[in-house]
Design a protein around this ligand. Structure first.
Ligand SMILES: *Cc1c(COP(=O)(O)O)cnc(C)c1O
Length: 478
């Protein structure tokens, strides 16, 4: 399978060639030249597969330049109950992504039972194994440099810990993450994991990463790479659970299902879009945002206006606090009929150095034809989030976290009779205990392996918000 850039000016590449890459050379994002199309018989056969076997079938369509026996081994080693079934000790289904019915026609797809209790583990664990495999083949090393304010950093560290040929340098704003998230990252003792607490805010961390990436000589010399959400393999791995969730919610392939997705960088729901383009009978993709509603605004109005840092609000669903949605360009490429030149000129408008730069498709034929992609959207706020957490707890005895609550609240507004609604659970409540206490007046249950997490010894270095400091640190530790 050949991968092309959304901006249309980079040569096509194979899966293994883009596995370790970020942006395409022309600044765009990689996508398959054509989405694989599922025959009815194949869909029928997939219904009976375990998660690992299903993941193999999906990934072999996208990663067709990895020998099948190797890919099978990588995938089955990743999707095991040992990695994905620790979070809910009472739950002995041994399913990797159990579907829990709240009431007839309304279900929660559990994606957060992995090592860091958030859905990012679903793809990141596979990425860790794919990276290790690719580096062993080429005999190269990789130094992953990232900035995090929570879920991405811990998920990346748990996926890369102990991996040969890989080091992780993860910057986070000193004292600004939750105690749980800080402890999760800083308690890792693996020698290939380097936690750097920066005296500054998240944007300072991100600026340091950008400065290093823009120093091409340093980047090449120290083999600097990333694992951010634009990575294609992450998106591809997320396609799998849309299939699994669909099969779990239906009895036959004539039925349709709608998915509700708590969204930030558009990575999760982009995978849903791809599953739908492959022929999975998804009726609606319901995009939920929090107060940072840049995506909701686009799907309602056709105007995409990234926010400035000042306009980006800190909310109680912090992993959705985004100013721009880094995967959104992938969808726009499909929306404009895969016209790379058009995407290029649209994004050139955003790169103009003026306040309020936006892409305006409101009057366009493309936006008028939007319905065929099945997207609907809405935004939620703090009060709505707490009310949903209370409501789900009182009605169904199920505790959900703040992000999942945004998805449920928005999903219920878009629910249609006769169409099962599957809400994606993107984190466990144990990660966001303050909001749970605010909503329910009680602490969330904490999975057994996480008791006393905050009391473990912590390993990190403190650093000024200075790009040279992180370069020196990387140079001194490789
Ligand atoms: C990352 C994250 C999201 C947003 O997912 P995107 O792929 O960025 O849209 C939602 N909820 C949680 C808990 C997350 O960690």
């Amino acid at each position: 399978m050949a991968y092309v850039s959304t901006r249309g000016r980079s040569p096509a590449r194979g899966f293994s060639e883009i596995l370790l890459a970020g942006l395409a050379p022309d600044g765009g994002l990689y996508l398959p030249e054509r989405y694989p199309q599922l025959a009815a018989a194949e869909l029928r056969r997939w219904r009976r597969l375990s998660y690992a076997e299903l993941a193999f079938e999906v990934m072999r369509k996208f990663a067709d330049d990895i020998p099948e026996a190797d890919l099978h081994q990588l995938v089955t080693r990743t999707y095991t109950p040992e990695i994905y079934c620790n979070a809910r000790p009472g739950d002995d289904t041994r399913e990797i992504t159990p579907l829990r019915w709240l009431e007839p026609g309304l279900a929660l797809l559990e994606l957060s039972n992995g090592p860091t209790l958030a859905f990012k583990d679903m793809a990141m664990q596979l990425l860790g194994n794919l990276f290790e495999y690719a580096l062993a083949k080429s005999g190269e090393e990789l130094n992953i440099l990232g900035a995090t304010s929570g879920d991405t950093g811990s998920s990346a560290e748990y996926a890369m810990r102990g991996k040969r040929g890989i080091r992780v340098f993860m910057l986070s704003p000193l004292g600004k993450m939750s105690r749980f998230q800080t402890a999760q990252m800083f308690s890792l003792a693996d020698p290939n994991i380097f936690n750097v607490a920066v005296r500054g805010v998240f944007d300072d961390c991100q600026d340091m990463v950008k400065a290093v990436s823009n120093d091409h000589a340093f980047k090449a010399r120290y083999k600097i790479g990333t694992v951010n959400s634009i990575n294609w393999a992450r998106v591809a791995a997320q396609v799998v659970y849309y299939f699994k969730g669909y099969f779990a919610a239906t009895n036959d392939d004539a039925q349709q299902v709608s998915f509700s997705v708590p969204s930030g960088n558009f990575g999760n729901i982009c995978a849903g879009h791809i599953a739908r383009m492959m022929g999975l009978p998804i009726r609606r993709l319901i995009l939920a945002t929090n107060e940072n509603n840049v995506l909701d605004e686009f799907f309602r109005s056709g105007i995409y206006r990234p926010r400035s840092t000042d306009e980006t609000r800190q909310t109680s669903s912090p992993s959705m606090d985004i100013s721009k949605a880094s995967n959104f360009e992938r969808f726009v490429f499909d929306l404009v009929g895969r016209d790379g030149a058009r995407v290029s000129s649209l994004w050139a408008q955003l790169e103009q150095p003026r306040a309020g730069a936006a892409i305006d498709l409101s009057g366009s034929a493309e936006f008028a034809g939007m319905a065929r992609f099945g997207f609907v959207s809405a935004a939620n706020d703090h009060a709505g989030r707490l009310a949903t957490i209370r409501d789900v707890w009182q009605r169904y005895g199920v505790m959900v976290d703040t992000h999942t609550a945004d998805g449920i609240a928005v999903g219920l507004r878009q629910r249609e009779p006769g169409v099962p609604l599957v809400c994606l659970e993107t984190a466990l409540p144990a990660k966001f205990d303050e909001s749970i206490v605010e909503a329910l007046g009680r602490e969330p249950e904490r999975p057994a392996g996480f008791a006393g997490l905050e009391r473990l010894p912590q390993r990190f270095v403190e650093m000024a918000a200075d790009a040279q400091a992180i370069k020196d640190y990387i140079a001194g530790n490789t």
